[in-house]
Design a protein around this ligand. Structure first.
Ligand code: FEO
Length: 164
């Protein structure tokens, strides 16, 4: 076994968080889809896929290190939102929470001198910065546009996609 039982337990819990995030982003994508905001919906559906991939990385790591896979019960996502701002605020709060969770996992790996786990987790640390910045920027654009001008946010998304 290349992972301690304590870290394996924490990784299993993180699998639940990542799958939970994936479901939450599907619910946010559905909110935008119902309002015919296709690009915002696609952005969160893509994010849901990314979260599923994050869970798969942890699953593969636990299998490779023979830590044992015990996927926990997944909390139901918040099903509806009153506004775009509320939906994206929930996403930002979530990404900040995941950043805290990943940092706690890294703290454990450092305390255990588990260099393999530290190397694995470094990818997630970098990814979290990217995700927090992305959602924070989107929230700021939505706040500036206001609920009535969300089509302008869609135009902005086309613009940054072309620029990127
Ligand atoms: Fe898997 Fe968006 O953090």
């Amino acid at each position: 076994m290349l992972i301690s039982p304590a870290l394996a337990k924490a990784f299993n819990e993180q699998i639940g968080h990542e799958i939970g995030a994936s479901l939450q982003y599907v619910a946010i994508a559905a909110h935008f889809s119902q309002h015919h905001l296709t690009l915002l919906s696609k952005l969160f559906m893509d994010q849901a896929d990314e979260e599923r991939q994050h869970s798969q990385k942890f699953i593969k790591y636990l299998l490779d290190t023979k830590g044992g896979l015990r996927i926990p019960a997944i909390a139901a996502p918040k099903p509806t939102f009153k506004s775009a701002e509320e939906a994206v605020e929930a996403a930002l709060k979530w990404e900040k929470e995941v950043t805290r969770q990943i940092t706690a996992l890294m703290d454990m790996a450092v305390k255990e001198s588990d260099y393999l786990a530290q190397s694995f987790l470094q990818w997630f640390i970098d990814e979290q910065l990217e995700e927090v910045v992305k959602v924070d920027r989107l929230l700021s654009v939505i706040k500036q546009s206001g609920e009535k001008n969300l089509l302008m946010v869609e135009a902005y998304l086309v613009h940054i996609e072309k620029a990127g």
